[in-house]
Design a protein around this ligand. Sequence first.
Ligand SMILES: Nc1nc2c(ncn2[C@@H]2O[C@H](COP(=O)(O)OP(=O)(O)OP(=O)(O)O)[C@@H](O)[C@H]2O)c(=O)[nH]1
Ligand SMILES: [Mg+2]
Ligand SMILES: [Zn+2]
Length: 329
Amino acid sequence: MGRRLSQQQRQRIGEIQQRRLQQAAQSAEQLLQQSDSPQQPGRVISRFGRNLIIEDEQGRLIPCLLRQNLGHAVCGDRVAWQATGDNQGVVSAIEPRRSVLIRPNYSGQERPLAANIDRMIIVLAPEPIPRRYLLDQYLIAAELLAIPALICLNKTDLLDPAGEAAFEREFGDYPGIGYALIRVSARREQGLKPLLDAVAQHTAILLGQSGVGKSSLASALLPDREIQTGKLSAFSGKGCHTTTATTLYHLPQGGELIDSPGVRSFRPTVKDRSDLEHGFREFAPYLGRCRFSNCQHKGEPECALQQAADQGQIDPRRLENFRHMAANL
Ligand SMILES: Nc1nc2c(ncn2[C@@H]2O[C@H](COP(=O)(O)OP(=O)(O)OP(=O)(O)O)[C@@H](O)[C@H]2O)c(=O)[nH]1
Ligand SMILES: [Mg+2]
Ligand SMILES: [Zn+2]
């Protein structure tokens, strides 16, 4: 963990995984041929690679394989599945999704992470050190999916007044853009009510760097479930990658919470510069108002975004991140 994989290693892992997937898909086909059980609706509530756990309509959990040529089934997906034995089954269809969050995997290929979500909770913590760039990338994904996003600062128990002031300087502008920022401590179970309210009657996903406390928050909101949490590695100062499977939990008060593995980086699926512009919600009033209709907002004369930044209507750090991302398109 923590070490970077070489190109060759990645390719090798990719090949092995590909072979495993083919084998699993083939056995899924065989199992389906032998089964005469009817198709029934289910929900993917946990996924690790090709291993799925489906919840049926009675709330039973069934480990399932995925039928060939279905693409990727992910947490939150509504599916049709068939029993192929005692407590096992095969997923034979994926229902159309209301939304799907996509992110690049270890080798940069875009893969769905969760489906049918309607809230994003982006978790930050004093440790590991939060970065605006990563936050902005998540927020762009939320904007492009038209899903409300909430910023959640966890581990407030670690913040002294100076730390709190430093956080406020670094991230205090987000509520003004329209993103609620709530402060919680999973450890002390403080400040959780606004989080519960945000999740109630929704399907929310917890996102953020490894070690910020996503799983700890999920446990705090789900007193009856034990969720594996790890200790921050004192050696590297980074969190251990404790969560490997994305998992959906039902909250007793209603609503669903998806816990996902932490990431070091995230890249939203952005088609072009116009897409990116719409990923920054506070840019909207200024779009189309630059002197040049094809303005790239890189320092052209009479750029409306630059003027808004100069006048304090747009935070210059947001414009800077926009420029950086635009350059990487
Ligand atoms: N002081 C403090 N520590 C916390 C809090 N919440 C979580 N932690 C600790 O932070 C570490 C990481 O917590 P996790 O819940 O595993 O973090 P995660 O975001 O799920 O990490 P990944 O699964 O790797 O993405 C653990 O050692 C937790 O005990 C908190 O509110 N305060
Ligand atoms: Mg976790
Ligand atoms: Zn411009």
